[in-house]
Design a protein around this ligand. Structure first.
Ligand code: GLU
Length: 449
């Protein structure tokens, strides 16, 4: 079936491997999308002729720069900054900045590549990009983070603009960092250009629901998946890995929908609280104190803290990996399947390894890839841009209703596309094909650029 197209896709993948040596996460993300595309090329020979897939696999622009800064004791540090402006067919480059010691070009490219299709799936006018630095904010004072952000923006500002490239947060970049970045952009450019960054503070151009959006969106997406199978979130046991922004607000919405989130994790280990995670305590520990999860267990008698170990050992109905890429491997997937897990909804970007996804498929577990399930964050960023452009401010209720509608539409689009292309129930194929079709149509229309 589609032998000719499969060969084309294999050739494209081989070229990506050859031209981007050592970028394993980027290879993985590309492979996962390409595996879905033979069926599309079979219906659209123009995309083969015009090398549309090859062009989408090549970033439009990649920026790498030095970020020098001084810590509180006066020691000098040199970090590396990145911004990969991957595709602007649908709108200005849009995607977060990640500050984490693991950040390198391959990681930024995998994230930027995913972002193209995710952003396309939202139906909003946003292209795909991603950036960040190998700076580690952990243990750094506010003043150190501020100096780093100022140095980072002193280079990056020249590449940004509300119609050019609009960064936001990701791991290690939240409202504090966006504040410092925005301040420096405003100072250098002498422009109050609200729409140049999203995830801003509510007092100065930020949008209601942006903070909650990725987690809420993933929960809304889960609800849609369950609905197709005649179920609801009510009464389900949910395990959410991570304890950052996505996890915290994913848990909040799961609870509002009647489910019980019983476990979450950080880099030190995980907590299990059979009564359901107490969100006030979790927010205090992680958002205010920026402390480790054992502090939660010290404060909540019904909770136990497991140092190290795998959170996927905790039996659940729904698993929501919301920490980072490749956190859920084949072994963890097999454990989840053995323990009766029926749904996996990716809150993070590419948290499941290809082996894990294969095991979910074999076990009949319904699986939602991150580019569909976690698109609520960036979709709400687009709503923030919309509010900034019209100097308007929407209510929480209105914004949340828009988010719910967008997540419903993404689910429907992925579900229907999977059926149309002969793989009913396969949301990976549905998301890849639906996202690709929207981008490819625009790329094609713009000519050979
Ligand atoms: N970093 C988030 C993501 O992975 C949000 C990006 C944005 O809001 O631009 O989609």
């Amino acid at each position: 079936m589609h032998a000719g197209e499969s060969a084309v896709v294999e050739q494209i993948y081989d070229d990506v491997l050859r031209r981007n040596p050592g970028e394993t996460e980027f290879h993985q993300a590309v492979r996962e999308v390409l595996e879905s595309l033979a069926v599309v090329l079979a219906r659209h020979s123009e995309y083969t002729e015009m090398k549309t897939v090859e062009r989408i696999c090549e970033p439009e622009r990649q920026i790498i720069f030095r970020v020098p800064w001084q810590d509180d004791s006066g020691e000098v540090h040199i970090n590396r900054g990145f911004r990969v402006e991957f595709n602007s067919a649908l709108g200005p480059y849009k995607g977060g900045l990640r500050f984490h010691p693991s950040v390198n070009l391959g990681i930024v490219k995998f994230l930027g590549f995913e972002q193209i299709f995710k952003n396309a799936l939202t139906g909003m006018p946003i292209g795909g990009g991603k950036g960040g630095s190998d700076f580690d904010p952990k243990g750094r004072s506010d003043a150190e983070v501020m100096r780093f952000c100022q140095s980072f923006m002193t280079e990056l500002y020249r590449h940004l603009g509300e119609h050019t490239d609009v960064p936001a947060g990701d791991i290690g970049v939240g409202a504090r960092e966006i504040g410092y970045l925005f301040g420096q952009y405003k100072r250098i450019t002498n422009r109050y250009e609200s729409g140049v960054l999203t995830g801003k503070g509510l007092a100065w151009g930020g949008a209601l629901v942006r903070t909650e959006a990725t987690g809420y969106g993933a929960a809304f997406f889960a609800a849609e998946m369950l609905k197709v199978r005649g179920e609801t979130v009510d009464g389900q046991r949910v395990v959410v890995s991570g304890s950052g922004n996505v996890a915290v607000y994913g848990i909040e919405k799961v609870h509002q929908l009647g489910g019980t989130a019983i476990a979450c994790s950080d880099s030190s280990g995980y907590i299990v609280d059979e009564k359901g995670i107490d969100l006030d305590v979790l927010k205090q520990v992680k958002e205010v104190e920026r402390a480790r999860l054992d502090v939660y267990a010290d404060r909540v008698p019904s909770a136990t803290f497991v140092e190290g170990g795998s959170i996927w050992d905790v039996p659940c109905d729904i698993a929501v990996p919301s920490a980072t890429q490749n956190e859920l491997d084949g072994e963890a997937a097999a454990t989840l399947a053995r323990n009766g897990c029926r749904y996996v909804v990716e809150g993070a970007n590419m948290p499941s390894t290809p082996e894990a996804v294969r095991i979910f498929r074999e076990a009949g577990i319904a699986f939602a890839p991150g580019k569909a399930a976690n698109a609520g964050g960036v979709a709400t960023s687009a709503l923030e841009m919309q509010q900034n452009a019209s100097r308007d401010r929407w209510t929480f209720e209105h914004s949340e209703a828009r988010l719910a509608e967008i997540m419903r539409d993404i689910h429907t689009r992925c579900h229907q596309t999977a059926e149309e292309y002969g793989s009913p129930g396969d949301l990976v194929l549905g998301a890849n094909v639906a996202g690709f079709l929207r981008v490819a149509e625009a790329v094609h229309a713009h000519g050979l650029i």
